[in-house]
Design a protein around this ligand. Sequence first.
Ligand code: 5GP
Length: 206
Amino acid sequence: MDYPGNLFVVAAPSGSGKSSLVKALMEVDAGVAPSISHTTRAPRGQEKDGREYHFISDAAFDAKVAAGDFLEWAQVHGKRYGTSRQAIEDRIGAGGDVVLEIDWQGALQIKQLFTNAIMVFIMPPSWEELRARLLRRGEDAPEVIELRLANARTELAQAGHFDYVIINEIFERALFDLKAIVHAQRLKYVAQKRARADTFQALGIA
Ligand code: 5GP
């Protein structure tokens, strides 16, 4: 499927700092919009329905799957998560950029549908640091943390399917890397030609 906007797909084991990085990217770059996923998990901490996620019941999730409302969906840490089709197709179809913060299973499904999607994988610098971050976050029960660490092994094994890898050791450095990927994408010939059509025309470039 071809479209004028950029679709960035960011995946990482939980605790890699993915959400903070994507949030920071959007604070400095108004051109990138998030996609609010639907999930069957309960809100954590300060999370608000419609902001981090649309929190829905299993039955409501089933209905959305049946209606074809999701571009992709996957079971992650025992709960289901899905990406809404309409909002994303509308935005990238109109030339806007979207960032999807999803798990690797969803990321690979998206790559099948949108072959031009830019795939970014974020890694923690070490197992010790990953565990420490999950504990520090203080949002999950110990058994949930163990499940997330076990899942991280499977998730890290998928890094080879991605175009870019960011090792989130120092937050500012990782944010710089993420911004660089987004920026480089916008400097590609087709993107520049689209964004600066007048300049191309004035220079006589067909
Ligand atoms: P959390 O429960 O920590 O917010 O998210 C757990 C995992 O589910 C993270 O890896 C997150 O990126 C992923 N996730 C969030 N939304 C979606 C989605 O719409 N689809 C898929 N496949 N994964 C998602």
